[in-house]
Design a protein around this ligand. Structure first.
Ligand code: 5GP
Ligand code: ZN
Length: 114
């Protein structure tokens, strides 16, 4: 069994609330949500982080963003907006070293609040 938690979710060796899947990408609910909607969109293929990307990965990264757009529309956030975030490396706050795009929505994320 792979040591990577998100590869385990892709392989259905670990449970997750999966909300979207296609041949290259998977989206599931974050276990510790920081907003009413907090999903993680990942490439099915293991890529460690943004720092590990190569030019050949451009299409899959684009796919993740398009999946986020699709989810944003499906959740009714097209007008009000939402946040996409990728944490990179230790000081960027990356805890899981399988590339993932956070989708946060359902509350205002502006700063200062309001
Ligand atoms: P990072 O800090 O690497 O950008 O984000 C990792 C995210 O994965 C965190 O928001 C964390 O809550 C989430 N997470 C960690 N372990 C699990 C898990 O086992 N299942 C799910 N669904 N999310 C997880
Ligand atoms: Zn992985």
């Amino acid at each position: 069994m792979t040591a990577c938690l998100f590869c385990q979710i892709v392989a259905r060796q670990s449970p997750a609330d999966i909300e979207y899947e296609d041949d290259e990408a998977l989206a599931f609910r974050d276990i510790y949500p920081k907003a009413p909607v907090h999903l993680l969109i990942i490439p099915k293929r293991h890529i460690e982080s943004v720092m590990a990307l190569s030019p050949e990965d451009a299409a899959v990264v684009g796919r993740l963003v398009l999946v986020a757009q699709r989810i944003g529309k499906a959740k009714g956030f097209a007008e009000r907006g939402y946040r996409l975030a990728i944490n990179c490396g230790p000081e960027g706050g990356q805890d899981v070293y399988h590339l993932h795009l956070h989708v946060l929505g359902g509350r205002s994320l502006t700063w200062p609040p309001g």
